[in-house]
Design a protein around this ligand. Structure first.
Ligand code: TRP
Ligand code: SF4
Length: 404
């Protein structure tokens, strides 16, 4: 695709936990579907991550993996532009995870907020495992393996991208240098002339020991204004002062996109663990039944009571699904008690059913043709592996481990 921004990679994954729901669709998947036309995208089914919180009973894991693959394709992920694959089919994720584990301080993992939160939330499961502690590191390996610039995730995952940045920095600091980086840096420093060389060393010390940003800025300015330096030497001097070298593993950024609030049937965030979801392929009768009994403004007890859409989760769904006309009809009708809640929900039910039916129809075509799905995923796994191998080659080289 000519519209794809070259060299800008996006990566994201989801744990296969059963059929997706409207919260997953509007909160993540729809965004991915747009991103695939703007960047080189890698999307994967994080089956190893699923094991970290549920390792005792894997009897439905395979079913969930294929369900997720079909949900994605039916929703509009396009294997012609995006690489869609399964984590465990690219064993390089595990190799990079292992190598990164050697340089990851335990304290970094223990301090990730989701570690203690999830252990408390899922208290019925034994999460005092090595795999669970390593969850964010496995995620770091996922991201760094593709040298991804952007990681589209929700708020709850920001800490994981943050630790990924720290690990990348540490890796680059330890190994991200040319084999004879030290010698070449020394030469570059000497070429500054004795006065500036001494200044450079002082500023570097001030920055590295005291974190003095002003010293860093001064050193940068001094290097930049020196017209005799080669580009490579300039990079070496920057890299040396910041304690990095040449970045083998670039630091990724979170790609936060405004996604609509998708309430569940009880008004809380739609989530499988709350049991308040509408499935992406649910049948129309069930959708209608669920929406008819969905929580509304609790102050509207009788039909004659006026309501406030701002206090009603049904309104949040109207904001996702309805056009301006219907929205103003809801606003007026609700506040004046001109319409009843069932009436208010009717156009919404139509829209949701329309959306879900289209997805379910496409999903059925894939269900009827499992070989097609397997072929698409096999192809994605191959493409992902090729990219992954390239990174690991550089990683092994940097770690002096590319003997064979
Ligand atoms: N931890 C993510 C979640 O639970 C899933 C995930 C695994 C992921 N590896 C990733 C997301 C890499 C983005 C990038 O939602
Ligand atoms: Fe909610 Fe609509 Fe009922 Fe108002 S009329 S309370 S917006 S469902």
């Amino acid at each position: 695709m000519s519209s794809v921004v070259q060299n800008r990679r996006v990566l994201s994954g989801m744990r296969p936990t059963g059929q997706l729901h409207l919260g997953n669709y509007h909160g993540a998947l729809k965004n991915w579907i747009e991103l695939q036309y703007q960047y080189e995208c890698f999307f994967f089914i994080a089956d190893w991550h699923a094991l970290t919180t549920g390792y005792e009973d894997n009897s439905r894991l395979e079913e969930y993996v294929w369900t997720m693959a079909i949900d994605w394709l039916a929703a509009g992920l396009n294997p012609g532009v995006a690489t869609i694959f399964i984590q465990s089919r690219v064993p390089e994720h595990a190799e990079l995870h292992l190598l990164l584990s050697m340089i990851t301080p335990l304290g970094w993992l223990e301090r990730v907020p989701t570690y203690k939160d999830q252990q408390a939330q899922l208290a019925s499961r034994d999460l005092s495992t090595y795999g669970f502690l390593g969850y964010p590191l496995l995620q770091s390996a996922d991201i760094l393996l593709y040298r991804s610039q952007y990681v589209p995730v929700g708020e709850d995952q920001v800490a994981h991208v943050e630790i990924t940045r720290e690990i990348a920095r540490r890796f680059n600091h330890l190994y991200g240098r040319e084999p004879d980086f030290e010698r070449k840096v020394e030469k570059a420093i000497k070429s500054l002339g004795s006065r500036n060389a001494a200044l450079y060393r002082t500023l570097r010390k001030e920055y590295q020991e005291a974190g003095d940003d002003e010293a860093l800025a001064k050193a940068r300015a001094m290097i930049e204004s020196n017209a005799r330096l080669t580009v490579a030497d300039r990079d070496r001097l920057f890299g040396f002062i910041e304690g990095t070298g040449i970045a083998i593993l670039p630091e990724p950024e979170v790609l936060l996109t405004a996604t609509p609030k998708v309430p569940g049937l009880d008004g809380r965030k739609m989530s499988k663990s709350y049991g308040n979801t509408i499935g992406l392929r649910e049948d129309p009768e069930s959708v209608a039944k669920k929406l008819k009994t969905m929580q509304t403004d609790p102050a509207r007890v009788r039909r004659s009571d006026a309501g406030d859409p701002e206090k009603c989760p049904v309104w949040d769904l109207h904001r996702v699904y309805s056009g301006a006309e219907v929205q103003s009809w809801v606003q007026q009708g609700c506040r004046s008690a001109g319409i009843g809640c069932l009436e208010c929900k009717a156009p919404l039910i139509d829209k949701v059913v329309e959306e879900i039916s289209a997805i379910a129809k496409r999903a059925q075509e894939y269900e009827d043709n499992p070989d097609l799905v397997r072929g698409i995923i096999a192809d994605g796994c191959e493409r992902a592996r090729a990219a992954a191998r390239e990174t690991l080659e550089a990683v092994r080289q940097a770690m002096s481990m590319n003997y064979r």
